[in-house]
Structure formats: C-alpha cells, structure tokens
Design a protein around this ligand. Structure first.
Ligand SMILES: [Zn+2]
Length: 279
C-alpha cells in the first residue's frame, strides 16, 4: 500500500532502551527523550527510503507532549504537534485524509499482568478501562479514534507484552515491531538497534507490498459505554459531579455516548480531573 499521508503518535515507555520510570519522567535527570528521537529517526529514514511520502504529522504524545525537539527531523514533509492539554490528546491532528497511522513506543495497559511500565494514560489514576465490557489499552483506544476517521493503524512499536494485548488490532492487519522483551515492570531484554532496524525494514517492505484492503480501520460497536476504574474513591466521586457521568461502586465511573470522539475526550478530561485529587 501507499503511505502518502502518514499520521504518527509517539510515546516513550515502549521505546528500546527504556525500562525505568525515571527514564520517562520529564523532570528527572535520567529522562531519555533522546531515545524517542533515535527511534522515530530510524523509522522515518526507512519510511522515506521505501515510500513516496508527501506529508507526515507527528503527535508528540508522552506526558505533556514536549518530548521531541523542534525540527527533530529536518524535512519539509514532517510536521510536529506538541504541548498539552489538547483535544484528542495522543491522536491530535488525525483526519480522514491520512492513508495510515503508526503508533511508536507504545506500552501495555494498566491492568496487564506484564509489560514494561504498563499503564493507561495516567498510572497514578487509572486501574482499568473497559469499553462495552472489553478491557482496553491506549493502543486500542487510540485505534478507535483513527477508525472513526477510517484510518487503519498499520504499525505499532513496543514491547512483546503490548503485542500480546492487541489481537483485536492484529486481526485488522496491524504489524508489530517488538522493541524489547519484558522481564518485569521495570526490566527488559533490549533488542540491538541493528537487529531492530532490519526487522523494521522487513515489516515496512511487507506493508508496501500488501493491498490497502488488508488493513481494516478499528471501530468499537456503538452505542459506547466506557467504564473507568480508578485507584481512589475520591477520584470517582469528583468525576461523578459531571451530570452525564454515573458512579458505579466506590472506585468506578461510567459514561455513555453514541459518538466515539466524545467517549475519548471525556476519558482524557476525567483522567485529568481525577488526577487533581492527588495534589
Ligand atoms: Zn507515555
């Protein structure tokens, strides 16, 4: 398939070389945004070599979206969205004009039994999220936003646990680049960059030779019901002050809507609201 217009959302926890919370903490001296840049540069070098790309939009999507340096990839086709808060958070900038989306450096979800630095949006807030009764992670939730615009997610990079959680995306053609093998939450066997590069090239060649019809945009079945289980009762209590948000038990709230974008943005807003009880 062609990749003329490509949307990229990049996080840090799934990047090769990252295993510790401090390496993903923007205010810590061990913070390693340079590894994100090395990863995305590796991907862009190969993508620009193989495909006839016209435009790439990158949504800088870890924490407050200020990880990549301005002009980190000096190419007139590469546009960079940064900063937060922003509508559609990790998916800001996507629309129906894109041929495909890549999710780079992604990680397994909050209640995964394994995976490096697993969490969903806010580790300090979210214990578990389900949509229509099914447990979801960031990759699946964000794929729903891409799917709303009829854009397939063709490549995801992250650890081996993330791949295990994403059968629902693999069924729709999404390819996985495994950056590291998780040993524990804060430990992993890192793949050498040269090996990773070879595997990436093979996957991209495979995407290039595939038909567009092999990749199916991901959508949840409407009507949508999102259930968010939080770490503390006061978080669910505060969120339930919003009239459309229903409290279910001590730690959990529910929101229903027929529009998936409303579900997504409500999730992001509730996460921030709940986090405000921590300070
Ligand atoms: Zn992150």
């Amino acid at each position: 398939m062609e990749l003329k217009k490509l949307f990229v959302s990049i996080d840090i926890e799934g990047i090769e070389g990252i295993s510790d919370t401090l390496e993903a903490t923007t205010t810590n001296k061990k913070y390693r945004p340079d590894l994100m840049e090395e990863h995305i540069k590796m991907v862009f070098d190969e993508v620009f070599d193989l495909f006839d790309v016209e435009k790439v939009v990158v949504a800088d999507s870890h924490a407050s979206g200020t990880n990549l340096n301005y002009n980190f990839y000096d190419d007139p086709r590469v546009w960079h969205i940064k900063g937060a808060p922003r509508l559609y958070y990790m998916m800001t900038g996507i629309d129906s004009e894109f041929d495909a989306a890549f999710f780079l450096g992604y990680h397994s979800g909050a209640n995964s039994p394994g995976g490096v630095l697993n969490h969903t949006y806010a580790g300090a807030v979210i214990h578990r999220i389900t949509i229509n009764g099914k447990v979801v992670n960031e990759a699946i939730l964000n794929s729903g936003v891409a799917g709303y615009f009829n854009v397939p997610v063709v490549l995801i990079s992250g650890d081996d646990y993330l791949e295990k959680e994403c059968d629902v995306l693999k069924e729709r053609g999404t390819r996985f680049l495994v950056t590291k093998n998780a040993i524990g939450r804060y430990s992993a066997m890192m793949k050498p960059r040269s090996v990773l590069k070879k595997e990436l090239r093979k996957i991209l060649q495979d995407i290039k030779s595939a038909n567009r019809s092999e990749f199916k945009p991901f959508n949840f079945e409407p009507p949508f019901e999102i259930e968010i289980e939080m770490h503390y009762p006061q978080m669910a209590e505060l969120c339930s002050f919003i009239p459309q948000v229903e409290r279910k038990g001590s730690h959990t709230v529910i929101y229903r809507d027929d529009n998936y974008l409303n579900i997504y943005n409500m999730l992001i807003a509730l996460t921030k609201l709940a986090a405000s009880t921590l300070t």
